[in-house]
Design a protein around this ligand. Sequence first.
Ligand SMILES: [Zn+2]
Length: 113
Amino acid sequence: MPVEYTACVASVIKSGKSKDDAQRICAISFNKKFGISPQAAHKIGDWKGWKKSHGFEESLPQTVTCKSCNKDFDYSTTVEICMGTVKCPNCGMIINQEGTVVIEQDLPKNKVP
Ligand SMILES: [Zn+2]
């Protein structure tokens, strides 16, 4: 599978989601980003070459507005969690380059602060 997908699945599982959820979430965001499914990408022999020829070079937007907290932040200085998604430095939601919330952080419910 493409590295963007596998890295995404790994980090989403790390964030506490089940493997099924992770695969579903990452397949959706992969599809959104590249316009094809990870399975289809897997069948492309030269994935890096395909990305280049389809204009998917590493060009990230600079400023993104988080749709959860409506705060702007610099996407390029925020560490990517997985392809096309970062954790909002303000509210901690996992959002994509458009600022749309991809994963809502599950806060521990039975922990007393
Ligand atoms: Zn936010």
